[in-house]
Every structure is written in C-alpha cells, then in structure tokens.
Design a protein around this ligand. Sequence first.
Ligand SMILES: *Cc1c(COP(=O)(O)O)cnc(C)c1O
Length: 402
Amino acid sequence: MADEPSTGGLHAHTRAIRAGRADNQNALAPILWATSTFTADSVSEARDLAVDTHSTRFYTRYGNPTVKAFEEVVADLEGTESARAFASGMGALSVIVLGLCSSGDHIVAQRQLYGGTQMLLQTVCPRFGIGVTFVDGTEPGAFAEAVIPGRTVLVIAESPANPKLDVIDLAEVGAIAGPMTVVDSTFATPLAQRPAEYGVDLVVHSATKAIAGHNDATIGVVAGSEELLAWLWSYAVLHGAAASPFDALNALRGVRTLAVRLRQQTDTATALVAALEGHPAVEAVYYPGLESHPQHELAAKQMELAGGLATFELRGGYEAGRLFMEEVRVVQFATSLGGPESLVTHPASTTHVSLLPAELEAICIGPGTVRFSAGLEHTDDVVADVIGALDRVEEIVPSADR
Ligand SMILES: *Cc1c(COP(=O)(O)O)cnc(C)c1O
C-alpha cells in the first residue's frame, strides 16, 4: 500500500516485492491464514467486524488477511485506492455485472472479449432484463456512441483483447461520462498498463493468468476507488465468489516475480513473431509490438511492454490449426496464459468448436487462428519448436495447393 513505510517513490517492480505486508508481523514471506472464521472478544467487536466493508477478521467470505494482502499489492501496482479479490476472473466480472446492474439497465461492451465474459453478457444478462450493446472497441468513439443516457450503467472493455490482441484506447474509455467504466487488463498486467491512470473506474484481472503466473491458482481481482469497491463488496458477500486464502498466497508469491517473467515472455513473443512473419504457412500475425498491428502506435503509447501473447492465422485453415496443435513438442496445448509453460490454443477446434463459421467470424476467430502464450523456456527452444511444427504442417498441407 501507498502508506507502507519505505516504499514511496519506488518503481512498481520494486514495490511488488514488499507490498501487502502491512499485517505480516515480522514474517518475511506472506502468511497463509487458512481459516474460514475468526473469534471475537465481545459482541460489539463482532458487530463492528460484520459491517466493515474491508473486514479481514470476521469470516473469510467477508475477507481474510492473506486475501487482503494480495488486494493491497494489486491496488498499489494499479495505483488505485483499493482492490477486492474473487474466486476467479469470472467471479470478479459476474460480481461487477450483477452487483451494479438491475433489470432495465443497459451495458455497452466490446465485441472482442474473453469467451466467458461474452457468454455472461449474452446469455445471463437478458435473463435479468439487462440490455447489452456490443460494439467494435477499436472503432474511435464506438463505446460513447452506444451509451444510452440515463440507462447505460456499465461500459466494459478488454485490452489487449481476445483473440487478436486488439488494443482499446484507454483514454477514450476513461473519458466516458455517466456510466461506470471497466477494463479487463488481464493480458497487460499492472506492470504493462494502468487503466486507472486514464480515468477508468474498475480494472479487472484474471490473476489466474500472469499475476499469479504459475498455473497453480484460480483467482480474480478488481481495483478501483474504495467507495465503489465497498458498494460492490456488499453484493459480493452474498454472491459468494470469495477468493481462497491458498490461491491468494500463490498469487502473492507470483506477483513478486511478475516483472522478470513479463520481460522474458515479451522477449520470447517478440522473437517468435519476427520468425512467423513471412513463414509460408502463416497468413497473418497479430502482436501489439509489431509495426503491422493496426493499433501499434496506441499500444506503444499506453503499454510499457507488448506482453507474451501473440495470435496468428494459418493459411491452411482448420486442418492446419488442428495439425499444428499436435506437432508442437516444447510448447504445450492447454487453455490459459501467462504461466511458466508456453501454451497454444486453437479456438475453432476446441473452445469454440460448436460455433458456425459466421459465428466465429463475428467474434474475430478464423478457422486457422492460433493463440500463443510465451512461457519461461529458453526463447530459442520455443521459436524452433513453433517454426518446426509449422514446417511439418506446411509439408502435410502445403499452402501452395490451396
Ligand atoms: C481467463 C480470463 C478471464 C476469466 O478468468 P478466470 O480466472 O478463468 O475466471 C477473463 N478475462 C480474460 C481476458 C481472461 O484471459
């Protein structure tokens, strides 16, 4: 936290090492508070704890010291007054939507979104009478134009966004007056961009990904003003998507190495996209750090690092994508990102297999779209593995034949 001694004026990379230790007594490493409840000395103390909107010693669904320590690190890194952690990124997003919107309200969201967020907005919101308008988040002014004065409660953006790493103008989202603005900043992490600096009200992370960073925790977090988070908390306590102290401990462990991991993953992704551009099996490469990326200048302006994610489209379509997943050896085939293992996913044959081509196109997924997440293996091994797999795909289904 900002009020912690000896951390003022330091870089975020340095603060990430020691933040969240306000309640750590003299233990160097974060303490695991593996308890579901806490004893009280008196009725008046229990009453005070029960109504405290950032309580840590009443009942773990209300709050927990290990979880609060993680919340304090994220608030510190994002530069916000406060943060609240949840059972997952989707736990955080569903609490925002269901905690802040009522029947008759309206949401503006971008079309390019994480699949779970998209499903929440498309299938759950209508059941509760909450209207949603989807816009192309990369089109200047699209969010603001879709706002219905007096009805729109939330504007939801994601940047960089699934699946082609579209970059959304944070200043434009932050400047929208009226509705509360939300940015899912999972792909960037707080070390690459800080949406709150642009006036965005709530910053969401699936900390399951790069923040915890070891593929051993499922946890989400929302950063913003204490007033807004206290309001959100009053619903969240009833929703029950509380973060587990064990996962918060793993996230606290992870965040201390986020800076070095993010730098290494950015280096690997940068080397890979350079090798991909011009490969005969590859139709297009999407990476915010590439000059060919449609929002490259915006990314350079608002992101300190382009990150470890890259997306590419194979010329051979569905069959090439399917083959590629089975040809990689160092890189593994799993759904997630930001961890030590380099991973690839092929949405058209896995997560989005039930969608028709037109439906896939509407959410910017092509038949040969592959998403790559850099891990921490040696850069040369990762690049050689991906290029080797593409060479074999090209031998089996030569793009010249199509
Ligand atoms: C994974 C992810 C989520 C959902 O987070 P979970 O922790 O899996 O619930 C939300 N947004 C983005 C961008 C994600 O990558």
